[in-house]
Design a protein around this ligand. Structure first.
Ligand code: ADP
Ligand code: PEP
Ligand code: CA
Ligand code: MN
Length: 691
């Protein structure tokens, strides 16, 4: 079955009336009736030795995937041996040094399994214009590099538990791992090669708004809350430095006895699918990407060919501080022309997922497709909602909704034909996770799921989700089909609601506001939240952050390009914008408390059902938000934050302070046109706070 075809059937699911989407229903083995066994005698096994006995355990098979299809006529036409040879050649080319003529000697299979016979695949490399290749072979060209290619979760579990310190089974069957010294992303160490390809890319040093340049500049302190303007991630680097880091990563990987290779896809829109290869040193990384990217069927894997993009994850190995541009031991380098990314000095797995997201933020807009840092789900009537927001604002939590189909929790595309998820899995925060409040995420933490940096009982292996001993940014990565209402394939029609999430540590943004199109654009470009601790390495306190398009760390072009595309699509498809504060209520974060998840869910329910669109509204001061007077299941007094503050003067002062921060942040966009509609541009500029 082609990946774009619907492969689900609807049947009613008793409890909440949501029709269940069933994927890949395989006909199970029929129970034969009348076959009754009267005693427990059985023939002895046909094995002469214990090895022979063990060999009976394992049936020969090709790698299995959740959506395996039948062999196509084309696939069958290419002999197995030839395909395997081509595959090894392709991997060997990926791992090739750019400075030596031969090597690596790539063989498939686990070095621990003596029966794997090495098929040596030396390659003659294409000359690269930057570096001369030396006609001397080194010892590294003489050794074998074993390739563990698209292993299954079970095989990866065994590799991890056997060879990687800190890998354990948890009581629910998940694989617990440690990501090492880094437990969050390192945006200050992310670089993009500057060349002809990136001429239009907003690089630091190019003509982009001043604040967009400033990477992580703490601007000022306000009520003990530091304010941060997250700048462009696109710190430029030159190609030569990239090649030095690439060579360092490739040499490190080839020096190992074995490396993991994943060949997978991004984007469920079949016309805009991207083939990615991830080369990594750890079973943990291979399993993480197995879960997070789209898993190819056996047939798709056989016809995979050359990847569109390759990640070299040598995260255990640092970059060289003597290398030009390097400011720490960590460097995450993106080269769009070479279609490669190199990771040195961080094992945080989110770096791979978000690195590929940057690539999509470049590739998709070039095809007139809008890439979105948002969650996405769909009601039973086909109403789609997007959930934009920075880390910790609730994209994963709120898109995972037992009453709706999950399309994806973090990265999407909006094209002429609707929305599509970029990924094949979800990456949920685990801190304080509870079965009661988030049952679907809780239940997804089972065999196959990777849990990072969680703490567990050494005997029972019961995870304590409240424990922050390793980090606050504990995570679970699972395939999307682990969520019962996942919509496979992960595509949907044009969105009806665009929900902007902000976790407001100031406690002055209303729990929900209905936005005009201009306000939606204003808040989309602003990208406000209070960063929650942990996800970004080194940030321990809630910090007010402005991150354009709710993803300044990932976007590749100027923010107004994405904003113009969003405005055009929302206008065309009549989508309504909302701003939902999933942060503080009853005061700032020292005095108030976070709004109850149950209330936020009620608010979101009212948006989805259309009830909120029909509610009565009043207008707020300063921000000019339309706020509803009543929502079923939510105490009316919390809908206007001023009611929940005991100190009204403090409220007013804080409101004005936050308004001022928005204004200051927006200054850099004042002389930028958003799309070609001058009226809309003017309206957007006027849609911010006024006082
Ligand atoms: N009212 C609320 N709305 C949404 N999330 C909340 C709320 N209160 C607490 N939380 C918690 O905040 C976190 C939101 O994180 P997450 O959904 O992973 O955000 P994102 O996917 O945007 O990074 C979760 O741990 C969730 O349990
Ligand atoms: C993977 C991440 O996504 P999020 O926190 O938005 O879920 C991250 O920011 O590291
Ligand atoms: Ca994020
Ligand atoms: Mn998330």
């Amino acid at each position: 079955m082609a990946s774009g075809e619907a492969r689900f059937s609807l049947s009613m699911n008793g409890r909440n009336g949501l029709p269940k989407i069933q994927t890949d229903k395989r006909s199970g083995e029929e129970m034969k009736e009348g076959e009754i066994c009267h005693d427990d005698s059985a023939k002895p096994v046909k094995a002469q030795t214990i090895e022979e006995l063990h060999s009976l355990q394992k049936k020969k098979s090709a790698p299995t995937t959740p959506h395996s299809g039948a062999m196509s006529a084309f696939a069958a036409a290419v002999p197995e041996e030839e395909r395997s040879k081509q595959q090894l050649q392709s991997i060997s080319a990926s791992l090739a040094s750019l400075t030596r003529e031969t090597g690596p000697k790539v063989v498939k299979g686990d070095p621990a399994r003596k029966s794997d016979t090495p098929h040596v695949q030396p390659v003659r490399h294409q000359q690269h214009h930057f570096v001369p290749t030396f006609n001397i072979s080194s010892d590294s060209a003489l050794k074998f590099t074993h390739i563990l290619y698209n292993l299954s979760p079970a095989e990866l579990y065994e590799q991890a538990i056997k060879y990687e310190k800190g890998s354990f089974l948890t009581s629910s069957g998940a694989l617990a791992t440690l990501s090492g010294a880094k437990t969050g992303r390192s945006p200050r160490d992310k670089r993009v090669v500057k060349d002809e390809t990136t001429a239009e890319v907003a690089l630091v040093g190019k003509e982009v708004p001043a604040l967009f340049h400033i990477s992580f500049r703490i601007l000022r302190s306000c009520h003990g809350i530091s304010v941060m303007f997250r700048g462009s991630p696109n710190i430029e680097m030159d190609e030569e430095t990239f090649l030095i880091n690439r060579e360092r990563a490739v040499d490190y990987l080839c020096s190992l006895e074995k490396v993991f290779v994943n060949d997978q896809f991004l984007n469920w829109d079949p016309e805009n699918r991207i083939k990615v290869r991830i080369v990594s040193a750890r079973a943990y990384h291979s399993l993480f990407m197995h879960n997070m990217c789209i898993r190819p069927s056996q047939e798709e894997l056989e016809n995979f060919g050359t990847p569109d993009f390759t990640i070299y994850n040598a995260g255990q190995f640092p970059c060289n501080r003597f290398t030009h541009y390097m400011t720490s031991s960590t460097s995450i380098d993106l080269n769009l022309a070479r279609r490669e990314m190199v990771i040195l000095g961080t094992q945080y797995a989110g770096e791979m997922k978000k690195g590929l997201f940057s690539v999509m933020h470049y590739l998709m807009p070039k095809r007139q497709i809008l890439s979105l840092h948002s969650g996405c789900n769909m009601g039973k009537d086909g109403d789609v909602a997007l959930f934009f927001g920075l880390s910790g604002t609730g994209k994963t939590t709120l898109s995972t909704d037992h009453n709706r189909y999950l399309i994806g929790d973090d990265e999407h595309c909006w094209s002429e034909s609707g929305v599509s998820n970029i990924e094949g899995g979800c990456y949920a925060k685990c801190i304080d996770l509870s079965r009661e409040k988030e049952p679907d995420i809780w239940n997804a933490i089972k065999f196959g799921t990777v849990v990072e940096n969680v703490v567990f009982d050494e005997h029972t292996r019961e995870v304590d989700y409240t424990d922050k001993s390793v980090t606050e940014n504990t995570r679970a990565a699972y395939p999307i089909e682990y969520i019962p209402n996942a919509k496979i394939p992960c595509v949907g029609p044009h969105p009806k609601n665009v929900i902007l999430l902000a976790c407001d540590a100031f406690g002055v943004l209303p729990p929900v506001s209905k936005l005009t199109l201009a306000q939606t654009m204003y808040h989309f470009i602003s990208g406000y939240t209070a960063v929650m601790a942990g996800t970004v390495d080194g940030i321990k306190e809630p910090t007010a952050t402005f991150s354009a398009c709710f993803g300044a760390a990932f976007i590749m072009f100027h923010p107004t390009k994405y904003a113009a595309m969003l405005a055009e699509k929302m206008q065309k498809h009549g989508a309504t914008g909302w701003l939902v504060n999933t942060g503080w209520s009853g005061g700032s974060y020292e005095t108030g408390s976070r709004i109850k998840l149950a209330y936020t869910r009620k608010i979101i329910d009212a948006i989805h059902s259309g009830v909120l669109l029909e509610a009565n509204y009043t207008k707020t001061e300063v921000f000019g938000f339309e706020i509803p007077t009543e929502i079923e299941g939510v105490p009316s007094e919390i809908l206007d934050p001023v009611n929940t503050w005991s100190d009204k003067n403090a409220h007013q002062e804080t409101l004005l302070k936050l308004g001022g921060l928005f204004k200051k942040n927006f200054e850099v966009f004042l002389n930028h046109n958003i799309g070609t509609d001058n009226n809309l541009t003017q309206e957007i500029l006027e849609a911010g706070p006024s006082f």
